[in-house]
Design a protein around this ligand. Structure first.
Ligand code: SF4
Ligand code: SF4
Length: 165
């Protein structure tokens, strides 16, 4: 099954790639950023016990679910960037939280045959790919939902020996 792969480790270079997204109703929409945000919350976020990001938000736009993964409600978020300053790990990049929300639907309804999402050929640094990717922790590949795979070093909380049973 074909899926979109985003390589979080290469996103520093991705700024140089042409931004392209085929979502007709949002010309200039940089939809891949919305995936980068979701992937970052799943893989790179430190999943703090007392999250500065959540408590700092004046609009209750951030929530951590039972799976300990952060979620942001676009319709409550005003793009004030308070959470970005509050996160001591620099996880919430200011570009993740624009006033006009970017959105990616993974082109699920538009791709046929060998088509590629527009963002893939526009990316020349290898941060965005499309193909038969599956989860493989040894290769730092993690699935998020059915249609997205993320390549990144997974941040894992180290449990002090004393706390282990
Ligand atoms: S940018 Fe959005 S999520 Fe972050 S603190 Fe402001 S309103 Fe809350
Ligand atoms: S403060 Fe930063 S590291 Fe901690 S939960 Fe929030 S986003 Fe994750």
């Amino acid at each position: 099954m074909k899926r979109l792969l985003i390589d979080l480790d290469r996103f520093a270079e991705h700024d140089k790639c042409a931004e392209k997204c085929s979502y007709y109703y949002h010309p200039g929409n940089y939809g891949i950023l919305s995936l980068q945000e979701v992937a970052t919350y799943s893989i790179a976020c430190r999943k703090c016990e007392k999250e500065n990001c959540v408590t700092s938000c004046p609009f209750n736009a951030l929530e951590k679910g039972a799976d300990k993964i952060l979620r942001r409600y676009n319709l409550r978020c005003t793009s004030c960037k308070t959470c970005s300053h509050a996160c001591h790990s620099g996880v919430i990049l200011p570009e993740f939280i624009p006033y006009m929300a970017y959105n990616c639907d993974l082109c699920l309804d538009r791709l046929k045959g060998d088509d590629l999402p527009d963002c893939v050929p526009a990316c020349t640094c290898g941060a965005v790919k499309y193909g038969d990717f599956t989860e493989d922790a040894e290769k730092n590949l993690y699935a998020i939902g059915k249609n997205l795979v993320v390549h990144s070093i997974h941040w894992q909380r180290e449990i002090p020996k004393k706390a282990r049973k």
